[in-house]
Design a protein around this ligand. Structure first.
Ligand SMILES: [Zn+2]
Length: 276
């Protein structure tokens, strides 16, 4: 994002940002109203979703899943993306998150997921992001400032960690994985989704690339520090996790679920389990 845009946003208090976003999104929701697609977060239907994602050549070259340009990606009403709807489907079909008492840590919380978790009385919810105060327009005061490579939380404390499209921004992602492993209870699990390439054998990273433009060219986004390759699961395994890859196209779902949710069929969800 441009610096001047960030500076303007920093001046906007959370309540005003939420009101402005809400009004704009309500209007968009009406403009895009229809019956083709459905968003489980805001529970509205649309004739189409908003297009999203980047068109940089490196994304095409490595066929990065979760970064490239996609039609029908973002919900006009709440801004949940295709990957977030994939998370919803996993949570609904494969977890007890809607009814079991759980301690959940949400890192860099997306508003729509945060609202969902906060609406569930069975969830003991904590959320945080690095430099939370500088993003006051987006995060309220209950979002605490936290460093994913040095979490202040106790060992073996959380049942679930949700950390969606964060690790590709973290220089010491191995330390972040170890920290998430540490704060999870044995038997706990984490959604650790990242953009990834299935044709890149080894994760590409180069810490000498620091400018926003060089990072965009090298990694496909101005604030990414790597492109995860086929070895992403190995990195999680080395931190102690058992890795599950979930793709709803392998499941027996209602025939139109994949279409209705406008998912990226190529995208697997990465779930990291801490062994008992
Ligand atoms: Zn929505």
């Amino acid at each position: 994002m441009n610096t001047w845009k960030q500076n303007i946003k920093r001046l906007i208090p959370f309540w005003l940002g939420k009101k402005l976003r809400g009004t704009y999104q309500k209007i968009l929701g009406v403009v895009y109203k229809g019956n083709t697609y459905y968003c489980p977060y805001c529970q509205h239907s649309f004739r189409k979703m908003l297009a999203d994602g980047e068109k940089f050549s490196v994304i095409d070259k490595y066929q990065i899943i979760g970064s490239g340009f996609r039609e029908n990606c973002t919900c006009p009403r709440c801004y949940a993306k295709d990957r977030d709807r994939l998370i919803y489907l996993y949570l609904k079909k494969n977890t007890a998150i809607f009814d079991q008492s759980l301690r959940l840590l949400h890192i860099a919380p997306e508003a729509w997921l945060k609202e969902l978790f906060q609406s569930l009385p069975n969830i003991h919810y904590t959320n945080g992001v690095k430099d939370a105060e500088s993003m006051g327009y987006y995060y309220d005061r209950r979002t605490r400032d936290l460093d994913i490579t040095d979490l202040e939380m106790k060992d073996n404390f959380y049942d679930v960690v949700v950390c969606n499209h964060v690790l590709e921004h973290i220089i010491d992602d191995r330390k972040a994985m170890q920290e998430i492993f540490r704060v999870l209870k044995p038997g706990g699990w984490a959604i650790l989704q990242v953009p990834y390439s299935e044709i890149l054998e080894n994760t590409f990273e180069d810490n000498s690339i620091v400018s926003t433009w060089e990072r965009t060219k090298a990694f496909g986004q101005f604030d990414h520090v790597r492109i995860y390759g086929k070895d992403y699961s190995d990195r999680l395994t080395k931190a102690g996790f058992r890795v599950e890859r979930y793709n709803p196209k392998n499941e027996s779902l209602e025939p139109d679920s994949l279409l209705k949710y406008a998912l990226n069929k190529e995208e697997d969800l990465f779930i990291a389990h801490k062994p008992h």
